[in-house]
Ligand binder design. Structure first.
Ligand SMILES: O=C(CO)[C@@H](O)[C@H](O)[C@H](O)[C@H](O)COP(=O)(O)O
Ligand SMILES: [Zn+2]
Length: 206
């Protein structure tokens, strides 16, 4: 939509329609559906092998990284043992020390260097696919035998660096982020179900 946006019901409806049309493009994107299922299995395999997830992004994607790790460490849809996942966006002492001493580009790569083990999964979220600190973390992760997953849009160098690319069918940052939010929930649903559904006892209904 072109600016300025009138503050009207019609503008709200147009933005909801734009988001709904984007979700329809996700639904038709067979490569995205297939890559998402593959990544869910990659995460399940990593957890079964005793590994963990490391997740990073900037701005809204930092919030998405924390949302993802919280669903895994705490719970998603039912009670079960916690799953190890670390958002690399939350330790303000480490973030300020790394940023201050080594520069913003090293913000996540230094934490990967310190925390990642071979077989872990690094998830980098970037709507542009070009945030230097996310790319550097992915390069570092690759060098340590860590599996790299990109949640991104249609462009950026992240496409070349990741083992698995979940590219949203949009070039518009808000829509890409909305797609990432949905993919994070889908991944959590499939991971939690694959690992724990067999032993989950549903609450009896009255
Ligand atoms: O949430 C938004 C925009 O919707 C912003 O905070 C946005 O995440 C920031 O500008 C980020 O720095 C963008 O980085 P990236 O997604 O291109 O890696
Ligand atoms: Zn945003």
């Amino acid at each position: 939509m072109s600016l300025p946006l009138p503050i009207t019901d019609a503008t709200v409806a147009a933005l909801v329609a734009d988001s709904a049309a984007f979700k329809q493009r996700m639904l038709a994107d067979r490569a995205l559906l297939s890559a998402t299922a593959t990544v869910a299995q990659v995460c399940v395999d990593a957890y079964r092998a005793g590994n963990k997830l490391l997740i990073a992004g900037n701005g809204g994607s930092a919030a998405d990284a924390q949302h993802f790790s919280a669903e895994l460490v705490a719970r998603f849809e039912f009670d079960r043992p916690g799953l190890p996942a670390i958002a690399l966006t939350t330790d303000t002492s480490a973030l300020t020390a790394i940023g201050n001493d080594y520069g913003y580009e090293r913000l996540f790569s230094r934490q990967v260097e310190a925390l990642a083990r071979p077989g872990d999964v690094f998830v980098g979220l970037s709507t542009s696919g070009n945030s230097r600190n996310v790319l550097k973390a992915m390069e570092q992760a690759r060098s340590q035998g860590v599996i790299c997953v990109a949640l991104c849009g249609q462009g950026g160098r992240i496409h070349e660096l990741a083992d698995h690319v979940l590219a949203m069918p949009s070039t518009h940052t808000p829509r890409i982020q909305e797609g990432h939010g949905l993919i994070v929930h889908i991944l959590c649903a499939m991971i939690e179900s694959a690992l724990f559904a067999a032993e989950h006892q549903p609450e009896p209904t009255a």
